[in-house]
Design a protein around this ligand. Sequence first.
Ligand SMILES: [Zn+2]
Length: 293
Amino acid sequence: MKIGLRIDVDTFRGTKIGVPNLCEILAAYNVKASFFFSVGPDNMGRHLWRLLRPAFFMKMLRTKASNLYGWDILLKGTFFPGPVIGERLAGIIRAASNKGHEIGLHAWDHHHWQAHIDTMDRPALRRILLKGFDELTRITGKPPSCSAAPAWKCSNQVLLEKERLPFYYNSDCRGRSIFYPSVDGKALSQPQIPVTLPTYDEVIGRGSVSELNYNEYILSLIKPEELNVLTVHAEVEGISCATMFGRFLKKARSKEIALVPLGTFLQENTPVEKSSIERGKIHGRDGWVSIQV
Ligand SMILES: [Zn+2]
């Protein structure tokens, strides 16, 4: 049984501290994963404060956000322009690539994408995708083979622009199976590998899910005959929850569950399914996300 392991890297701190930590934990269990990097300016502090509404504030308390993200993430880009991650931390990104992990593009500017996806036209989307693509190519010496839209915020326009770049696949939505996205009745050529499992911040503190049973809970959601894809965050599983994540890998191994880069799934079988991507809501996450329908 396999779980696709996707690691989203949203911030400067996540890249600097979380990525080397995760590389070490993964190496201890001989696991390769898909890393999706943000390579432009880190303005995530701006994003988090912008969301400081009552519901979000409760979520921050529930997940102990300052522990989870660190105060420096919460403040990054709030008062000053954020540091450009790809310029300052290229060595860390390159090291993850050299260790044999699959490298994909997450964002140029994660905050900007989340805040402006609705108002960006096709040329603006193209510019921003290309900026991230070029920077990641410069850093690793080869073009990223895949991409994952920040915060699962995608649109048909985004899909059409991604078609112009040489991505082998994209992981832009939540869903159940690998599919070719269809836009205006026409199937595109780059398959989608959706995320099927919830993230830590979506479920922790809800119902009876706690630090103590989180790993068991995630493993209980695995469906043996179906696609299983888990997203972890460099800022969370790579820092504050690193010990727990190590235990997760150990537990998965004891159950003979292999964690693999997402691209592995495409080597095994060619997707035939066609689906479209629409906006929807999921438990524990603020705002809309793209969902396979
Ligand atoms: Zn992200």
